[in-house]
Design a protein around this ligand. Structure first.
Ligand SMILES: C[S@@+](CC[C@H](N)C(=O)[O-])C[C@H]1O[C@@H](n2cnc3c(N)ncnc32)[C@H](O)[C@@H]1O
Length: 143
């Protein structure tokens, strides 16, 4: 059945049930004046759509606790939070979180964030998660 989806804001696009800002949006342009991600967390990377597609066809157990490593602007985190999971976005670059936060708000989801490198995660940290995901991480060493 045809469906009309009204965008929640100008310069947004709909993908896998969530809304993301385009580069042209005022929200992203404003954030780019203050935040300068330096480890490639400077856009939505296409691998996140691959993960969304994978989890659409292979849903996780309800209310999984998920760690999104190298979360960047948070597309995968937001998709998984929108599906009802408890998501933490981990990123080595503190500058990405403002972009994640503004897009989480756009979708009405809450995502915990944690600044740090994957290598800094101890067994006790990782034991708090059921699933670890990551797309296009590149694995920079901790600065
Ligand atoms: C290419 S971007 C991908 C961002 C996001 N996953 C996406 O699909 O849009 C890589 C991200 O990984 C982060 N990153 C790189 N090395 C990391 C590491 N060792 N630990 C945690 N995050 C890391 C970067 O800061 C950046 O945000």
């Amino acid at each position: 059945m045809p469906e009309l989806l009204a965008p929640p804001a100008k310069n947004t696009f709909h993908t896998y049930g969530i809304w993301l800002y385009t580069e042209k949006s005022r929200a992203i342009k404003n954030l780019k004046k203050e935040h300068n991600p330096s480890v490639h967390g400077d856009k939505h990377w296409d691998s996140s759509y691959l993960l969304m597609d994978y989890f659409t066809h292979n849903p996780l157990k309800k209310k999984s606790r998920i760690l999104d490593v190298g979360c960047g602007w948070g597309p995968t985190s937001i998709y998984l939070a929108n599906a009802g999971h408890a998501v933490t976005g981990l990123d080595v670059d503190d500058h990405v979180f403002a972009f994640l936060d503004v897009q989480a708000e756009l979708n009405g989801v809450a995502i915990k964030t944690r600044q740090g490198a994957m290598a800094s995660m101890k067994k006790a940290d990782l034991s708090k998660f059921d699933v670890i995901v990551g797309g296009d991480i590149c694995f920079w060493r901790a600065p």
